[in-house]
Design a protein around this ligand. Sequence first.
Ligand SMILES: *[C@@H]1O[C@H](CO)[C@@H](O)[C@H](O)[C@H]1NC(C)=O
Ligand SMILES: *[C@@H]1O[C@H](CO)[C@@H](O)[C@H](O)[C@H]1NC(C)=O
Ligand SMILES: *[C@@H]1O[C@H](CO)[C@@H](O)[C@H](O)[C@H]1NC(C)=O
Length: 445
Amino acid sequence: MRVVILFATLWVALVNAHLAAWNKGMYCLNGNTGAEDLNSYSIVTPLYQLTKSQWWFHHENGCDNFPPKAGDFLELPAGGNFTIEIASNRAKTSLSYNGRDTSAWPDGETYPEDYNVPGCISSPNMHTQNQSMAAGTAFAISYESDIKKVTAENLAVFSVRYHTPWKRITSYSVPAAMPTCPEGGCICAWGWIPNGCGQPNMYHQAFKCKVNGATATAPVAVAKPPVWCEDDPSKCTKGAKQMLYWNQLDGNNIQVSGYDRSGSFKSPAYNAKCGFPDGAQNDIFAAPAAGGSSNTGSGSSKPSSSGNGSPSDSGSGSNSNPSPSPSPSPSPTPDVPAPGTPSTPSSSGNGSPSNSGSGSNSNPSPSSSSSPSPSPSPSPTPDIPAPDTPAPESPTSSNNDTTAPVPPASGGSQGTCKRRRRRRSTVPFKGIHHHPHSRRRPPSW
Ligand SMILES: *[C@@H]1O[C@H](CO)[C@@H](O)[C@H](O)[C@H]1NC(C)=O
Ligand SMILES: *[C@@H]1O[C@H](CO)[C@@H](O)[C@H](O)[C@H]1NC(C)=O
Ligand SMILES: *[C@@H]1O[C@H](CO)[C@@H](O)[C@H](O)[C@H]1NC(C)=O
């Protein structure tokens, strides 16, 4: 008994949970069992080297099957800001115990305002050295009410916050021109690709959301994949952009190789390097069918004549990117969804048309989807952190797409938009985490 307690204590002390965005509108608030769980953390596990059917909305552990309580939405005030909580466990948010276990930080602990660990902060597991190096996080929206109808193309990034994740309470700005959602609400997503400091994984979690106070009606344009454009901003994808999908077995929509301008391995993120400005993404709207002034939300625009499937008028807008995304589109659906008319065709799950980069960044090792997180006991131990879910080492023979190396996650990967000279450390983050991939040097490096 004593041994067990000792072990548990050590484990709690040594293992640092990952992070997620918490709000009553989230899927998986109670974890993935269906029972109320004030200490849930199923959603915080990172996604790495999974098939699209596994990583999409965190299906790998079933989080997408647990919608919020009826009537609970992440509320997005058009032209205003909304707040979520970034935390390692529900217990560390205001959604449990009346906030008893919260602090200004994601794990309920206290740290200096200028918290800085040159070898990477591991508590909380923010995958950064300090605030200025934090990669950036984003929210995206789909005007579909049914999560199964959400695709990479109809899920457009509408807000980015540079230098996050950092503190627990984090706010994002909503474009003033966001149209209202259909009756059943919209589906939103939170995403984060850390910048080094551990496994080069990503986060993709679902919310039910709705837009309050909308005055504009031009729909969000079909989202196109972002591209790495640090060296030439004119190359950045303009207009509505997809979320970043990276380092998975399939469904990737960006690939990078080599070094960024600071000398670190390129790591796509929600910041200027991939063409995302900080704050509200005001250029994501399709031109209205008529009277088309601009995308910046003159609430006067008429909704494009919905439904009659004439693709021509909808695609004519100039400001955004009404043209079809480069990836093949399976059907002749109009590019621009009419407001309130759940658009696009592509099947949400597997191998959707966005799989342009499928797997080419992938690293020889496969991951078993499983990453079994021990299920939390409903006991009073409020904060058993999720394990670091390292992907298994064994190479698979089935992955035939291993040409491009994954940059080793050097502890010193650099940060968002600051240009800093960093050593190209080949020594991975030497924390308590087990990050097997960061130890492996891809053959070509
Ligand atoms: C929203 O947040 C931004 C950035 O923090 C701030 O500049 C702006 O004033 C806020 N807007 C409102 C309506 O609170
Ligand atoms: C943040 O970390 C980077 C990388 O270690 C370092 O170059 C920079 O000086 C740090 N900034 C602060 C404010 O500590
Ligand atoms: C990998 O793909 C190539 C070309 O498609 C094929 O010739 C080869 O047999 C494949 N290898 C494996 C292990 O599937």
